[in-house]
Design a protein around this ligand. Structure first.
Ligand SMILES: C[S@@+](CC[C@H](N)C(=O)[O-])C[C@H]1O[C@@H](n2cnc3c(N)ncnc32)[C@H](O)[C@@H]1O
Length: 442
């Protein structure tokens, strides 16, 4: 396959899954299978389909059915479920009671065929009395729709279920050689298709979560992708919320975001408080997020900018995006400023700079850049959208609502995108409208 490198690149960008040389053959086979299903025999044609704006999102989801690894089982890494039941759950119950909040919210991110969220639901249902009336909501998501279909059906081979302790077998109806999860369990789980890598991250769905389980999902992700997802997880969790990663995932987790705690025989991560930064950000003194959460890899810090600089704003923005993609944010900012020196009234440049500032935790600068983009083009729906997201994270709900309403207004006029679609993936007008409405509803 001639184009394998191009496929590796686009697939990592869209799904986070990185195919190193040892796994390229696997990717190649998967692509060929998918091409055969579609009746396409030319890889260039398939690449065009995979990257064409109207098909891309759908095709990435289709291809993901062939390239993800859905391996899972009930109570996988048993000791983590023990830690959850014995150490974490009592703390959550105590906290929720103290806060007067009536619900426990858990997210199984990358749930595959459902065994993980069902295992959690078994524990919570078996502990109903200890919950003292607290309601339970489990969200379970995956990128792979085939896996989710199995999860939603909740039908498993009998040999898997008979391995479980009797106290959990009662949550199944035995029929022939299969077992079906009972309705009382299914009712507390919401299954949904979510690509953890796709921006904007669905923060409107997940907030104030008690626990996130995201185990054996990061194995094929590179560090920069993991960092981005962890930052979003941090936002979704409540203060002191818990994060479970697989015990085999030896990650260097940013201490500004999560601390490590031993619970029983397991290590769990807990959301560290940046309450102070939040307060100061509210007073407009400093950014909400710790500075430079995403640090450029050190070998890139000194990467020189090309000497013969391209002239057009499109070329400059493209170059800025390439630097941003490899995590070289210093260079990205430099290029954006150069661009703005020459084209100070280009709203797209302000928006792009805003995104980069936001990615690197410079919230004040990001707000100011998005505002400039809006000043230059009041119908710039994306700029209103990003500004809304920042206010939402800062807890400035009224300002966020105003921005999301402006998104709807701009979309109704036909949102301005300028040259951005040629440089980066932009969110479609329909999607922007849908998300803005979700936020307003929330
Ligand atoms: C090995 S399974 C893990 C299942 C379960 N968490 C466990 O530990 O048993 C990994 C899952 O991550 C999902 N996954 C991979 N990339 C993803 C992405 N970008 N967004 C959401 N899910 C993804 C795969 O589809 C797969 O079902």
């Amino acid at each position: 396959m001639k184009m394998i490198e191009s496929f590796v690149e686009i697939i990592e960008e869209k799904t986070g899954l990185f195919f190193d040389p040892s796994r390229k053959k696997y990717l190649q086979d998967a692509i060929e299978k998918r091409m055969a299903t579609l009746g396409i025999n030319n890889e260039e044609d398939y690449y065009t389909l995979l990257t064409s704006p109207s098909f891309e999102q759908k095709e990435i989801l289709e291809l993901s059915k062939f390239i993800t690894i859905p391996e899972t089982s009930f109570f996988r890494h048993q000791e983590q479920f023990e830690a959850f039941e014995e150490g974490v759950l009592p703390e959550i119950i105590k906290d929720r009671k103290k806060q007067g909040k009536p619900e426990i919210k858990i997210w199984s991110a990358g749930c595959s065929t459902g065994e993980e969220p069902y295992s959690l639901a078994f524990i919570l249902t078996a502990n109903k009395e200890r919950l003292q009336g607290l309601k339970v909501q489990i969200y379970a998501s995956d990128i792979n729709e085939n896996a989710l279909k199995i999860a939603r059906q909740g039908v498993y081979p009998q040999r898997e279920v008979t391995k479980l302790p009797k106290k959990y077998q009662r949550f199944f109806t035995f029929k022939d050689d299969v077992c079906i999860v009972k309705r009382e369990i299914k009712e507390i789980i919401k299954f949904m298709r979510i690509n953890l890598v796709k921006e904007p991250f669905p923060l409107y769905l997940f907030n104030d979560l008690d626990v996130i389980f995201c185990r054996n999902v990061f194995i094929y992700f590179r560090e920069r992708t993991i960092k981005r997802i962890l930052r979003n997880f941090h936002i979704c969790l409540r203060e002191n919320g818990y994060l479970f990663l697989a015990p085999t995932e030896a990650l260097t987790i940013d201490k500004q975001l999560f601390s490590t705690e031993k619970v029983g025989k397991s290590f769990v991560y807990r959301k560290t408080l940046y309450q102070q930064s939040l307060e100061t950000a509210r007073k407009k003194e400093s950014p909400i997020l710790p500075k430079a959460i995403i640090k450029p890899p050190t070998h890139l810090e000194k990467m020189p900018l090309p000497k013969s600089s391209p002239k057009s704003p499109k070329e400059l923005l493209k170059m800025a995006k390439q630097f941003a993609d490899i995590g070289a944010y210093q260079e990205t900012v430099q290029i954006c400023h150069k661009l703005l020196d020459n084209y100070p009234t280009l709203p797209e440049a302000h928006l792009f700079l805003g995104i980069v500032y936001y990615e690197t935790g410079k919230v004040e600068e990001a707000i100011s850049s998005f505002k400039k983009a809006i000043y230059l083009n009041p119908d710039f729906a994306l700029a209103h959208f990003y500004l809304g997201n920042i206010y939402w994270h800062l807890g400035e709900v009224n300002k966020a609502l105003r921005s999301y309403k402006n998104v709807l207004k701009a979309v109704s006029k036909g949102p301005h995108y300028g040259i951005l679609p040629e440089i980066m993936d932009v969110i479609s007008a329909g999607e922007l409208e849908k998300i803005a409405k979700e936020y307003i509803k929330a």
